[in-house]
Structure formats: C-alpha cells, structure tokens
Ligand binder design. Structure first.
Ligand code: IPM
Ligand code: MG
Length: 375
C-alpha cells in the first residue's frame, strides 16, 4: 500500500469515528445504580506504590458502600509495560474487556515507549484508553489560594495531534509528516462541558486557547466552534488567546488570577496543564479526570517516575496527585461530602509532610498513615 492509500484509510477511519461520536452514550446516573464498579489500575514505576496508598484511603472512606455492595473496588491486572510488550498490544484485549466492565476507573501512570529507548513502538496506554473509551474531556483543576488562582482546564482528549500520533508517515529519509485532527462533534462536546462547568460554578471567565493564526484549519475550526457554543452561555466573559502568550500569562502574577476556565486542544492542553500544575507545587500535586459518556477515568497528571525507581527511592513518591484524582471521581459520582473530606485531608497532609520526591523527607507510607488518620 502506498502512503496515499494509507491516507485515504486514515480519512475513512476518522469519518467513521465522527459517526460514532454522534451516537455516543450518556453518562450513567450513579445515584440510581445498584452497584458501581470502580476499576483500579496500578500502572508502572511508582504506580503500584501510589495506588496502594489511594486504595487504602478509599477503602476507609467508602467502607459502608463497599460493605453494602453499592461500590466495588476491582483491581484490573495486566496493564503493565511487561505484559503489553509480551502481548505486543497497547492495551491487551482481555485487559480492555475487563476495563469495559467497570463504570469508573482510577489509573496509575503507565510507561509510554519513546522513540529510541529500545522498546517496541507501542502507543501510549493513556491515549489508547482515552480513544477506546471515548473520554473526550480531560479536566484538570489547579488551585493556588495564596495567589487567588482558581483555574480549571478543559483539554480536548481524543483528537488534535493525538488522534493519529502513531500514524504519521516517513515518506522517505528526508520527509516525515504527522497529522492533526479537529472534528465538529469532538470540539463541540468539549466546549459544551466547559461552558456548563462555567455556568454551574458562577459565570467564570472562559479562555479559548489555540494557535489559530498558524494551524488555520484545525485550530481555526476549534476556535470558531468554541465561540459558537459560547453564544449559548452569554453570561460568561469569553476571550481567545494564542497558546504562546497564554504560557506567559500563566506566570504573570499581575493578571493570572483573572483567568478561570480554559478550553484547549489536546497538545496545548497537555503542555499548559503541566506548567500550571508546576505552579501549584509540582505535577505530583495535580489530579486529572478523563470524562466521556459511558465511562470516566481518573488519574495522576504525572508519569511513572522511572528515575525514582532506578535510584531506589520509589517509596518517596507522593500519592497526592492520584488522591486528587480520586476526589474528582467522588464528585463525579455525586459523593460531594466524601470528596470534601478527602480534599481537606489532602490539603492538610500537604502542609504536614515534606515530600520533595528526591529521597528526602516523608514516604508514601507516611502519607497514607496521615490521611487515614484524618478521614
Ligand atoms: C498526560 C500525559 C500523557 C499525554 C502521556 C502519558 C501520553 O502527559 O496525561 O498529560 O500526553 O496526554
Ligand atoms: Mg502531560
């Protein structure tokens, strides 16, 4: 097959995806469900350590619901880099089937083989899961009370540069091409989720972030669709910014507290949310929700920290990010009181313990003990 035929096939697949999006399932009504299954996925590197901590905390927090059978915490095995390589599947089929039997997922970080690191070229498990479960909104809050910063990022999670990230083409030794995708359905549903949040949380300032002056088709479409959706929410102040100047604005203390809700395409959302998380105290402190129709997956914003594992200091990993994701999960389920209890304990443990992640200070076990005592 020539690359022209490859490209035709890519277009076919994307058009099929557009049709599937039009028939997407609605979110379940958790309050009326007899049983909610939460799948927990350890992941790689520091993943099992921080997941052990988070699971112990949830087992205590949800003890009544677990005892009555209303909630099941179900361990999903096999999403490890070893098993994925052995099977040569990004998410092995049986693991994906087990995942799809859950209602919600709490996921530790998973290794993504990079070009030239000696591992086979498997796609990122995150990207595969986001696509397979159609988790279109990546929601990442960043709160810095002393700077009066209260941000929430709505990052598009299935399209942009990620939709075909593993399907770029080396035309020859001199030319490589990647693809970027924007769809009407994909953008509109994300924008709607962001504006609904803004409406339900007190008419926020909404900033649409693109590079529509350069990526005229994909970002151009993203921007104009977001503006169209904005017309249904006239109570919000809506601005559009280019991603480069927004990266600067975020660290400008004279103006950064003016921003509230951000809507971003996938790759800019990836980059900008790491910047924002770093301002809050590091990527180890930020939770992340991947929201779809039928499914939702909650995870730490950071990776597997391979250097901590190599240096033998994995037990110093901070479970805060995964636990923040668990707070978002509890809210998503409508368990706002339990979410608030855990959130307060997380605010307290951040002040009480010293966890720089470099082998000094407190361990993940100290963290677990502290939080268990305070919930
Ligand atoms: C994130 C991560 C992922 C991404 C990686 C692990 C594929 O950086 O969730 O932000 O790029 O989306
Ligand atoms: Mg990232």
């Amino acid at each position: 097959m020539t690359y022209i035929e490859d490209f035709a096939q890519i277009i076919e697949e994307q058009l099929e995806r557009v049709e599937r999006m039009k028939n997407a399932q609605e979110a379940p009504d958790f309050a009326s469900m007899d049983k909610i299954v939460i799948g927990t996925i350890d992941g790689d590197g520091i993943g099992p350590i921080i997941m052990d901590s988070c699971r112990a905390i949830l087992e205590k927090l949800l003890a009544d619901e677990i005892a009555s059978g209303k909630i099941e915490l179900r361990t999903i095995e096999g999403l490890t880099i070893e098993n994925r390589i052995a099977r040569m599947e990004t998410v092995p089929a049986d693991v994906l089937a087990a995942i799809k039997e859950c209602d919600l997922l709490l996921k530790g970080p998973t290794t993504t083989p990079g070009k030239g690191d000696g591992r086979p070229n498997l796609e990122s498990a995150n990207v595969t899961l986001r696509r397979e479960l159609d988790l279109f909104a990546n929601v990442r809050p960043v709160v810095i009370p002393e700077k009066n910063i209260d941000w929430i990022f709505y990052r598009e999670n299935t399209e942009g540069e990620y939709a075909l990230g593993s399907k770029g083409v080396d035309i020859n030794d001199d030319l490589s091409i990647d693809f970027k995708v924007t769809t009407t359905a994909g953008t509109t549903r994300l924008a709607r989720a962001a504006f609904e949040y803004a409406r339900n949380n007190g008419n926020k300032n909404v900033s649409i972030i693109t590079k529509a002056n350069i990526m005229k088709k994909t970002d151009g479409k993203f921007l104009s669709l977001c503006k169209e959706v904005a017309e249904d929410y006239p109570e919000n102040k809506v601005e559009d910014w280019y991603v480069d100047i927004m990266a600067a604005n975020l660290i400008d203390d004279k103006i950064n507290s003016n921003f509230n809700v951000f809507i971003l395409p996938n790759l800019y959302g990836d980059i900008i949310t790491d910047e924002a998380a770093q301002m809050q105290g590091g990527v180890g402190t930020a939770g992340s929700a991947n929201i779809g129709g039928r499914y939702a997956m909650f995870e730490a914003i950071h990776g597997t920290a391979p250097r901590m594992v190599e240096d033998g200091i994995a037990e110093y990993a901070n479970p805060a990010s995964l636990c923040r994701a668990a707070v978002m999960m509890l809210r998503h389920m409508g368990m706002t009181d339990k979410a608030a209890v855990l959130e307060t304990a997380l605010d307290d443990v951040a002040k009480a313990l010293f966890m720089p992640g470099d082998g000094r200070g407190n361990t993940a076990y100290d963290f677990t003990d502290y939080v268990l005592e305070h919930i």
